[in-house]
Design a protein around this ligand. Structure first.
Ligand SMILES: NC(=O)c1ccc[n+]([C@@H]2O[C@H](COP(=O)([O-])OP(=O)(O)OC[C@H]3O[C@@H](n4cnc5c(N)ncnc54)[C@H](O)[C@@H]3O)[C@@H](O)[C@H]2O)c1
Length: 348
């Protein structure tokens, strides 16, 4: 297969991340998009010839080789299964893979039965800074891995679906914390053994977002199967743009990564300018605008990898199979269980 026809379900934020990445690759053609809204703006921005309100109709009428599923979390199962049963052979599902274990397992099973490659979109694993840090760790540059600290935070989701537990599957830990959770397994090279979680519980228990039904603050202490310790955090109380920070400690050194605010550019603007980094609401004074956020957060390399898997019939890398999405979800749900019970939860 020399050129891939791309289909996208969803037309807002995550769909834009995928489309911005796809447009860099000559071997793909964005052929069709299905969504409930924003179809005209999205399709004209990315030169997509065909638009649909009904994704089933898109699956039926279009010859799609690679599908991006960029819809709210609770719809991942329904749409991935419909696509697999409609004969689409390569499906990328945004994070989290689903809102519960049985949905995630059903997606994996149906894809397997229909010989479909289900790819889990964990962009952190492709962020150039993370890839470089992993190389240094693997080379022995900081000795033996001991402890990882990782978080993603911002001031609250733009998506109304992410603000409601019934659509999201939880709050900030499932929606943002799923990135650091997947990352610690990737870096430690093994699964999570046990977690001790703490979280607000939505509504009035939240620190700030009393209208969100999921938690707006959550953290967990983790022990990996190989004894490595980790601390992961996610919150919606962070101003000043998305804050993704990582610390990696080894027996002979440390690595610190600032994924979102580590730009080499410093700008001082008296009256502000268009855009600095994701979720920044203010560009006056001193700011550090991203140079190429689609690249630095991993989306471009992630989609390059999935395109390569689809064209060359390869299995996705460790950390980006449907099964990896399920494992990350199991950890997040264990963190919730621990936060509710106040007890350590063992996964193994
Ligand atoms: N990897 C990342 O960094 C990242 C970032 C943002 C979002 N996401 C994930 O991407 C997914 C979408 O998030 P978003 O922020 O774009 O959400 P959003 O609320 O901004 O957009 C949701 C989109 O889904 C479409 N949609 C809803 N119901 C539909 C239906 N029945 N049929 C077809 N389309 C439907 C809407 O029309 C809209 O275009 C979520 O799973 C989210 O977790 C991932």
């Amino acid at each position: 297969m020399e050129q891939l026809n791309i289909g996208i379900v969803g037309s807002q934020f995550a769909a834009g991340l995928h489309a911005e990445s796809y447009k860099r690759f000559p071997q793909v053609k964005m052929q069709a998009v299905a969504a409930l809204d924003n179809l005209r703006e999205f399709s004209s921005k990315y030169n997509i010839p065909n638009t649909y309100k009904d994704y089933n109709e898109m699956f039926e009428k279009e010859n799609i080789n690679l599908l991006s599923v960029c819809v709210p979390n609770f719809l991942h199962k329904k749409i991935v299964i419909a696509a697999a049963e409609a004969g689409i052979k390569n499906i990328i599902c945004e994070k989290p893979i689903a809102t519960n274990i049985s949905d995630a397992q059903a997606m994996i099973d149906v894809c397997k039965k229909n010989n479909v490659r289900l790819m889990y979109a964990e962009d952190w694993l492709f962020a150039p800074a993370i890839v470089r840090a992993k190389e240094i760790l693997d080379e022995g540059g900081i000795g033996k891995l001991l402890y990882i600290k990782a978080k993603e935070s911002h001031q609250g989701s733009h998506s109304i679906y992410a603000q409601k537990k019934e659509y999201c599957g939880g709050g900030t830990m499932i929606h943002l914390g799923i990135h650091p959770v997947a990352f610690v397994s990737f870096l430690a090279g093994c699964d999570v053994q046990e977690v001790m979680g703490m979280a607000t519980n939505g509504g009035e228990t939240n620190l700030k977002h009393h209208d969100y039904t999921g938690e707006d603050w959550a953290a967990a202490l983790i022990t990996m199967e190989n004894g490595v310790k980790a601390f992961v955090e996610a919150n919606y109380i962070t101003h000043g743009g998305m804050d993704d920070k990582i610390e990696i400690y080894g027996t002979d050194g440390n690595i610190h990564i600032d994924l979102t605010k580590g730009s080499p550019i410093d700008v001082y603007s008296r009256h502000g300018y268009g855009y600095a980094i994701e979720k920044t609401d203010f560009t006056h004074g001193w700011t550090k605008p991203a140079v190429d956020e689609f690249m630095s957060l991993g989306y471009v390399k992630e989609l390059e990898h999935f395109i390569d898997c689809a064209i060359n019939n390869k299995e996705p890398n460790l950390g980006t199979k449907g099964e990896d999405g399920l494992k990350a979800l199991e950890v997040v749900l264990a963190i919730y269980k621990s936060a509710e019970s106040g007890k350590l939860v063992k996964l193994k």
